[in-house]
Structures are given as structure tokens and as C-alpha cells.
Design a protein around this ligand. Structure first.
Ligand code: ARG
Length: 580
């Protein structure tokens, strides 16, 4: 709807430009918002205020001219001028009802695919394999997963890339430890975190061990077979831990999506060579660097992007440069989205800029760092275990599930054990994910079990429960919401109209999530929808509706709400329950 209104305004602007009312070439972004008070229309645009000055008119006068120039549209029943010069649009109730009736017939709920479809590389999760996945990787994993799902639903081709850290000097230490304790290797590796700590301790206390570890790094880089065998084994075990976490989190990531840092090793010398040929390299203290004018330190001196160390070693940035050109040339991406901690913002700005200058990516390719903030504990400080260690992701999920179990059992002691466990899993995992997804990704947030498991507010339990309420409407009528429902949607009561207007916005919300990489917009939308359904249900009886046509209409609205909630939650990577 907002898109339609934008197009109408666009038309009006073009007409006024032709008539000389507006200066030629003025093409501002047209903002269309939901109105707070629906008695003044459903949508409002401030365009007349934005263009009043360049047009040399008072906002209200410009609004008058725009109003006269607006083409008619069957979906809009009324346009009015309000306040200082807002254009307020009222949606046509019958057109809206018809749209929702059509959505009900459609497996895509009336959401159109974007055209043209794009090929989008999504860089997500990407933990370092030397250690166990910790809570910090939750965000890159689930935010990236949700955005990938939304883009796919909108028709894009998504190529997931799990850019795991599977290379680097810390592997020398780990391999040395694995060699030292071959028998214990398998069992100790069940606890990667403990293994890492033990290896680090040996490294710190024994100079001989440390020397050997360094020697193994050299051998690994030279591709020495025994070393490579150990390295592969280590990574396979570490990756299987990650895969367990993905499966448990209901995240669509598979072993085939892994393309770790090491896969670019053979290309790193070319990257450096090509940068040299492009005239971008400068040697500084023996290191190969690219200096970009726009990145300077506090003293105003240009910051180097180091691509090769004085000793010949490569860096994180070198690998990322190789990855950008793989994503452009081989994967032929139109867009590449990087779901990585906000603290790496400078790194990505630099990598993207160097990649562009060197021609590693085709000029039309979008490179976007979708940064996210830190996950803190309930106390607002970085999330740690009681003894100050990093919190393992798996432990966190175990605890969420255990807490959900206790909660559900208390609410519903009569449930069979199997069902109780199933509900606890869906609620527990869903709560952890939803708490994260519902916050704007760029802000830090506090992890708090009590909040996320609450049945009130913008939480997973609230939404899952809202969905079961819709399901129960159908159960009470002795049927489920499947197949064709008779009748038509009629929008008479204000609560019906409000719910309907929000239902019709599902598609545009998804487009926004896909463009900006912000699942919290979808969470906010679903939360709103659940609230509107609740008021509708309270004010517009379904089971006790006076006549059959009204009951059918309301049931159809309920069905579309249920389907939208389920589809929305699925796109966020949450499972739903029929009862809880
Ligand atoms: N392994 C890195 C880390 O844990 C994240 C990698 C993100 N992706 C990338 N292309 N740099 O911090």
C-alpha cells in the first residue's frame, strides 16, 4: 500500500514539475507513514513540507496542488490535507477486503516476489574453529539466518557462506597438543574449550612446546601431510560441534555452506600481486600495505590496510579480499551481506573500498556490513559465566530449555511428558532466538532469561501463545484452518479494519527486512499483529457472531492472522505450536 501511495505521489510530482510548479530534477525520497489516529486516514506523507521551500510555496498550498494532481486509485477512498500540510490517505475498505480474500487463496499470503530476483551472498555465523562456539556467535548465526530466509521468500537466490576461521597461528598450538596426547585427543576434543585452554597452558609454560607449535605452523603452511591430517581432523570435530548448534537452533546452515578462510590460501599471493599491479601497494616497514585517504587515525595520518606482513604472512584482511572477488567472479553475487560484529566495521569499510579500487568486485555489486552489537548479561556487562569465562552456546540453550520446561509444567501440569518436552524445546530455543532478533541489531542488548521467557511483551512465548489462540478458535468449531474457507471478508467494525490494514502490510515489512537486514522490524510487526488480533477477538465475537456471513468473515480474518503469524515466525527461524 505504501508503495502504491509513493507511486501516486511520484505521478503528482512529475505533473507539477511539468507545470513548472516544482523545480525540475527535485527527486526527494517520498516518506509514507502509518497514521497514529485512524480517524484521520490510514497513511500520511509529509512530502508537501519537504518540497515547500524549493517550490517557493506554503506547505498547505503545495499540498492543495499535489492533491489536485494525484491520480485516482481504487485502493484509496479519500485523500485529505491535515495539519501543517500532511497528505492523509484513507484506504478503501472493500479493496482491502478483496486483497485479503486473495491472500487467503495464496500460499505466499499475497506477498509478491521482488523483481528482478537477486543473487545474494550471506556471510553468517563464521566462528573460529580453534574454540567452541560461544554466545557471541549466536547473533551472526540467527540474524543472518532470518534475513536469508526472508530474502529467499521474496524470491532472491541466497548463497550462504560460513567463513569459518580455520587457519592461523593458534592451530600450531592445538596441533602440538593433539600430537602430544594422541590417545586422549578424541575424548578431550568433546570439550573444545577445555582442549584449547589446556593447549594454551602448555604453550605458556613450556618453551619447548611453544617452539614445536611454531614449527608446526610452518609445516602446516607448507602443506606437510601429517600436519594437514591432524589439522583436518581437528576442524572436522570442531565443525561437527557447530553443526550440532545449528541443528538445535533450527538454522539453515549445512556443511556445504562452509567455505573457511583456508580455502582462499592459494589465492592470497595473487591478491597481493594484483594489488601491486593495480598500483595500490606501498611497502611500509617491510609490510605490504594499501593506504586509503579516507581512513585516517586520530593524528590525521592515513591508516594502512596491511595485506602481507614483513615476514610474508597474510592477514584477516587478505583473506577477506580474496573472498570478495570469489563472491563477485565465481558466485556472481549482486549483493554480499556480512553479518559480523559491529566492532569489525572499520575492517569491512577498508576491505570493501580496497576491493572496489582493485576491481575485485564488479561495479554494480553491493557490499554491506550488517554489523551487530554485543550481547551483555542482565547486569549490562559483557556476558560471562560466574567464574568469568565465555558462555558456551550449547550450555545457554540447555538452560533455556530447562527453564521453559519448568515454566510450562507449572502452567500445565497435566501435559504428557513427551508433549511437555516438545513444547519446552520450541519455547526455550524460540525465546533465546526471538529475544535477540527483536532488538535492533546494531545496539547492544542484555541477555535476560526472565524477560525472554515472559508471556507478556514482545517475546516468543507471547507470540507462540497468540498463534495457539488462533488455532483454538478453529478447534472450538471442530475444524482446523486448512483449505478453503467459505464466505468473504467484510470490514465493518473498527477492530476488523485495523487488523486488516496491518495484515495487508506483511509484504512491505518483509521487503524492508531484506533491504536493511533488520529482523526486528518483522518481530515488531508480528507483535503488533498479535495485539490487534487480541482486541479484535475481544470486540468482535467469532463463535457467537450474530449471522453466518459475519462469522465467516471473522473466521477468514482469524485464519489469515494465524497463517501470517506462522509464516512470519518461520521466517525468523521459530517453530510454532498448535497448543501450549
Ligand atoms: N571468524 C570471525 C570472528 O569470529 C568472523 C568472520 C566473519 N566473516 C568475514 N568474512 N570476515 O570474528
Amino acid at each position: 500500500m505504501k508503495d502504491t501511495i509513493r507511486q501516486l505521489i511520484q505521478h503528482a510530482l512529475a505533473r507539477l514539475a511539468d507545470d513548472g510548479v516544482l523545480p525540475p530534477g527535485a527527486a526527494p525520497a517520498i516518506q509514507v507513514d502509518d497514521t497514529k489516529d485512524k480517524s484521520h486516514g490510514d497513511f500520511a506523507s509529509n512530502i508537501a513540507m519537504v518540497l515547500a521551500k524549493p517550490a517557493g510555496l506554503k506547505p498547505r498550498d503545495l499540498a492543495e496542488k499535489l492533491l489536485a494532481a494525484l491520480p485516482a486509485d481504487p485502493q484509496i477512498s479519500k485523500v485529505e490535507i491535515a495539519g501543517p500540510g500532511f497528505l492523509n490517505f484513507t484506504q478503501d475498505g472493500q479493496a482491502l477486503a478483496r486483497r485479503l480474500d486473495a491472500a487467503l487463496q495464496d500460499a505466499r499470503l499475497g506477498v509478491r516476489k521482488g523483481s528482478p530476483a537477486q543473487r545474494v551472498v550471506v556471510d553468517l555465523s563464521s566462528p573460529n574453529l580453534a574454540k567452541e562456539m560461544h554466545v557471541g556467535h549466536l547473533r551472526s548465526t540467527i540474524i543472518g539466518d532470518a534475513v536469508s530466509r526472508v530474502l529467499e521468500f521474496l524470491g532472491d537466490e541466497v548463497i550462504r557462506q560460513n567463513h569459518v576461521g580455520d587457519w592461523g597461528t593458534q592451530f600450531g598450538m592445538l596441533l602440538a597438543y593433539l600430537q602430544e596426547k594422541p590417545e586422549a585427543g578424541e575424548t578431550d576434543l568433546a570439550d573444545l574449550e577445555g582442549f584449547y585452554r589446556a593447549a594454551k597452558q602448555r604453550f605458556d609454560e613450556s618453551p619447548a612446546f611453544a617452539d614445536h607449535a611454531r614449527e608446526l605452523v610452518v609445516q602446516l603452511q607448507a602443506g606437510e601431510p601429517e600436519c594437514m591430517r591432524l589439522w583436518r581432523r581437528f576442524n572436522a570435530i570442531s565443525l561437527s560441534h557447530c553443526q550440532q548448534a545449528y541443528d538445535r537452533l533450527n538454522v539453515k546452515l549445512a556443511p556445504a555452506d562452509v567455505r573457511g578462510e583456508s580455502t582462499y590460501n592459494d589465492d592470497l599471493a595473487n591478491v597481493v600481486g594484483d594489488l601491486r599491479d593495480a598500483g595500490l601497494l606501498v611497502e611500509s616497514d617491510g609490510a605490504q600495505c594499501v593506504f586509503l585517504d579516507e581512513f585516517r587515525n586520530a593524528e590525521g595520518n592515513p591508516l594502512p590496510v596491511i595485506v602481507q606482513k614483513a615476514g610474508g604472512g597474510y592477514l584477516y584482511a587478505s583473506t577477506d579480499l580474496a573472498a570478495t572477488r570469489y563472491r563477485s567472479r565465481v558466485l556472481k553475487a549482486d549483493r554480499a551481506l556480512y553479518f559480523v560484529d559491529q566492532r569489525q566495521a572499520l575492517h569491512f569499510q577498508q576491505v570493501f573500498e580496497v576491493a572496489r579500487r582493485a576491481g575485485f568486485v564488479h561495479p554494480g555489486m553491493q557490499l554491506e556490513h550488517m554489523g551487530f552489537g554485543t550481547m551483555n548479561g542482565a547486569d549490562g556487562k559483557p556476558f560471562k559465566t560466574r567464574d568469568g569465562g565465555t558462555v558456551k552456546l550449547i550450555d545457554l540453550l540447555d538452560e533455556a530449555q530447562a527453564r521453559a520446561y519448568a515454566l510450562v509444567k507449572e502452567k500445565n501440569p497435566a501435559l504428557a511428558e513427551d508433549e511437555l518436552r516438545h513444547i519446552a524445546r520450541v519455547v526455550g530455543i524460540g525465546s533465546v532466538k526471538y529475544a535477540d532478533l527483536s532488538k535492533h541489531r546494531s545496539s547492544d542488548y542484555s541477555f535476560n532469561f526472565d524477560h525472554m521467557l515472559s508471556f507478556e511483551g514482545n517475546t516468543a512465548p507471547y507470540l507462540l501463545y497468540a498463534y495457539t489462540r488462533v488455532a483454538s478458535v478453529f478447534r472450538k468449531l471442530g475444524r482446523d484452518d486448512a483449505g478453503d474457507l467459505p464466505g468473504r471478508i467484510r470490514l465493518d467494525a473498527p477492530h476488523e479494519q485495523e487488523l486488516a490494514a496491518r495484515l495487508a502490510q506483511f509484504g512491505e515489512v518483509l521487503v524492508q527486512v531484506g533491504e536493511k537486514g533488520t529482523p526486528h522490524t518483522l518481530c515488531g510487526y508480528l507483535y503488533d499483529l498479535a495485539g490487534l488480533f487480541s482486541s479484535f477477538y475481544e470486540h468482535c465475537p467469532i463463535l457467537a457472531a450474530g449471522d453466518e456471513a459475519t462469522q465467516q468473515s471473522r473466521l477468514r480474518l482469524a485464519a489469515l492472522t494465524g497463517r501470517t503469524l506462522r509464516q512470519g515466525l518461520e521466517l525468523l527461524g521459530l517453530e510454532t505450536l498448535e497448543r501450549m
